[in-house]
Design a binder for this molecule. Sequence first.
Ligand code: IMP
Length: 190
Amino acid sequence: MTNQIIFVTGNPHKVAEAVAICAPRGITIVQNDCGYPELQDDDVARVAAYGAEHVVNRLDCAVIVEDTGLYIDALNGFPGPYAAYVYDTIGNAGILTLMRDTGGNDERRATFRSIIGYCKPGMTAITFEGTVTGRIAYEERGAGGFGYDPIFEIDGVAFASMGDDAKNKVSHRAKSFEKFAEWFIRHGKA
Ligand code: IMP
């Protein structure tokens, strides 16, 4: 019985967050940076499932991938599953500009959705979801984290300001990896 799983991602921050959740539960995360095509789809769960199945066909072993969407209420859920493209094009400054005339904490509500796709040879991918709701800040803050962390805040504290341990207590990814780890320990070991 092995309690090791290959996590296909090029993002070292995601790996660190996954390890922080999985290692204490006895699961070893092994990063593989082989990449996979990102399906353009409205549902991040389908993106993660498609990615996991694609990688299994290539590596011929059990794998996980993880895909994140960011849904901003005032922008009708934008950028949603296109969070990576939007980050690479307009970035945090662009989001803050789009939100310039949006006032009040409730109006600035936003939700991160993390989906882990798990697949192994001969099976259809299954997914594990974690979400966290916070607010889009009025300005970038903090030096930690990655991506949208400087503009996503909970109770007035940006993910980029709260430190890795605190983020990992509340984040979307912590929740999806907790669900995955619980399932993997019971059913997933090869
Ligand atoms: P992806 O899952 O790597 O496609 O992520 C989509 C976009 O959201 C990328 O621009 C990431 O940098 C960003 N992102 C993913 N997870 C997080 C997070 O935990 N905090 C902030 N930004 C994130």
